[in-house]
Design a protein. Structure first.
Length: 234
């Protein structure tokens, strides 16, 4: 069987994917500051030239890893929230179930922790990271608003604040589970994430108070006027 030859574009895409996969492994082993372009290139089986043909530097590659992971998560939320629903409670359960699983499937969760640590120490990196982070908050807040419109229930807090909380909680639970799985086991991790999401993305619409009937004013007749005048004088 003749092996199909890859086009130039396909070959370049394959090279990028191998570099990204290798970089993830190197970053996890050494951390961002100690990982070098040479380390990443060697792990992928390429030269420095191949690296620089695809990425400007390791920072650009690092953010590409985070972006790719975010897009993978977003696709599922877009699917769930992309159309009308006739069962808001079922949708809420589906969204919560998906969110509660992210801590274990998010292979970049440790990279997010790494990024925050590097940002504390490197002002240039922090500026770029904050811009990237703001975009993630915007996207998550948009999902919160989409859910609110679909279900007709308001969010329990401003969508951006919910986005910050959801992202921070998922990262923290993932980190805690990896560091102390006996203390934060899978069941606990999923329960915490599911509860927080359900409590924050929407609250039941407040019941509108029923208007109280106003007492009817009695029509002032000459006899009633006289009685009222006598009562006031007495």
């Amino acid at each position: 069987m003749t092996r199909q030859r890859l086009s130039r574009e396909q070959s370049r895409e394959q090279t990028r994917e191998r570099l990204l996969d290798a970089a993830h492994a190197v970053f996890m082993q050494k951390g961002f500051p100690l990982a070098s372009v040479e380390d990443i290139s060697a792990a992928a089986g390429y030269s420095r030239g191949a690296f620089y043909s695809n990425f400007d530097d390791k920072t650009q590659l690092f953010f590409e890893l985070l972006r790719r992971e975010g897009e993978g998560i977003d696709q599922e939320f877009h699917r769930m929230l992309g159309g009308p629903t006739d069962d808001p409670l079922a949708l809420k359960e589906e969204v919560a179930a998906h969110y509660s699983q992210l801590y274990q499937g998010d292979k970049c969760s440790l990279l997010w922790m790494e990024a925050r640590i590097v940002a504390l120490r490197d002002e240039k990196f922090r500026t770029e990271f904050n811009g990237f982070l703001e975009e993630r908050y915007r996207q998550i807040a948009e999902f919160v608003e989409m859910f609110s419109k679909l279900t007709g229930t308001p969010p329990a807090a401003p969508p951006r604040e919910i986005a910050i909380g959801l992202m921070a909680l998922c990262e923290g639970v993932s980190f805690s589970h990896r560091c102390a799985p006996g203390m934060v086991d899978a069941k606990t991790a999923e329960s915490v994430l599911s509860w927080f999401l359900k409590a924050s993305i929407a609250v039941p619409a407040a019941l509108q108070p029923q208007p109280q009937p106003q007492p009817q004013r009695q029509k002032a007749t000459p006899a009633r006027k006289a009685a009222a005048k006598k009562k006031k004088a007495g």
